[in-house]
Design a protein around this ligand. Structure first.
Ligand SMILES: C[S@@+](CC[C@H](N)C(=O)[O-])C[C@H]1O[C@@H](n2cnc3c(N)ncnc32)[C@H](O)[C@@H]1O
Length: 262
């Protein structure tokens, strides 16, 4: 379906889970990422609001590839990138169509992906000018906690890096590549009653991970362990749990089990 037609269906209330966009991450990315060292590493991350990508980029990885089941996340990423580059705003007020317009009117696309994203937002403004963008974008609870510290550095990174995105369902699809570090935001929590999807997720993560790599799973819905996850992540070993200040688990780091055994 054409992306604008798809967006229209969201405005009309005909949407599935994961069709809407997240304005910001609802996780504490500083707390989560302080538990890993991704310097010079090849990283795969869910794209979501883009916050994960922006925060990972602060930590000097070699490469960040991104994926999401929702292809609109790619367009939202570019809108945020342009907000940062042209307006010095990490979280622009994307709920105002005037703001979206003021951002996109500055853009001179550098490649096909930017052209496609610009075309989406131009058509978006033409089609939905009188609608409220909060029909499309969920406002997070506390975006400020993920405000980036060094915007100038992020800007440099965004100007110089090629952005790579895979539109895929990670419980079903794999990328034919290997990563040192994979970050998936609370996706596993959606599969606590779906063994096929949880198994697929675990299998695909294993497949895409280097033998000495790490996967960071974060949790926002349920701080206790899901028995489905424990059952399906049998090929992995938990190297550490990440707790918040109240002692609730907000993340878990997995490594491959028995990689050196024949
Ligand atoms: C699980 S949601 C929840 C928000 C998350 N806690 C955050 O801070 O961004 C995060 C992203 O995962 C994506 N997602 C969910 N299930 C997925 C799947 N099976 N494969 C790929 N992406 C998925 C959603 O589209 C959304 O953009």
């Amino acid at each position: 379906m054409d992306s604008i037609e798809h967006t229209k269906q969201i405005f009309l209330g005909n949407y599935q889970i994961h069709d809407k966009l997240y304005y910001s991450s609802n996780e504490d990315l500083y707390q989560l990422l302080d538990h890993v060292d991704i310097t010079n590493k090849k990283v795969l991350s869910v794209l979501a609001s883009g916050d994960q990508y922006f925060h990972l980029s602060e930590r000097d990885p070699r490469i960040i590839d991104t994926f999401d089941i929702n292809h609109l996340t790619k367009y939202y990423f570019y809108l945020r990138k342009w907000g940062i580059i042209y307006h010095d705003l990490y979280y622009p007020n994307v709920f105002s169509n005037e703001t979206i317009y003021s951002i996109i009117k500055e853009v001179k696309p550098k490649d096909k992906n930017e052209e496609e994203a610009l075309n989406y937002w131009e058509r978006y403004i033409q089609t939905f000018y009188s609608y409220l963008t909060n029909e499309l974008i969920y406002l997070g609870q506390d975006p400020k906690k993920n405000e980036i510290k060094n915007l100038r550095r992020l800007k440099e990174y965004l100007l110089n890096q090629e952005f790579r995105f895979y539109h895929m369902d990670i419980s079903k699809d794999v990328i034919d590549d290997k990563y040192d570090f994979i970050f998936i935001s609370n996706i596993a929590e959606y599969y606590v009653l779906n063994e096929k999807a949880m198994n697929g997720l675990s299998h695909n993560l294993y497949q895409m991970l280097e033998d000495d790599g790490e996967v960071l799973l974060s949790y926002v819905i349920e701080p206790r362990s899901s028995s489905m996850e424990v059952k399906c992540f049998d090929n992995f070993l938990v190297s550490s749990s990440i707790l918040d200040n109240d002692g609730d688990r907000i993340g878990k780091i997995y490594k491959k089990r028995n990689v050196n055994k024949k």
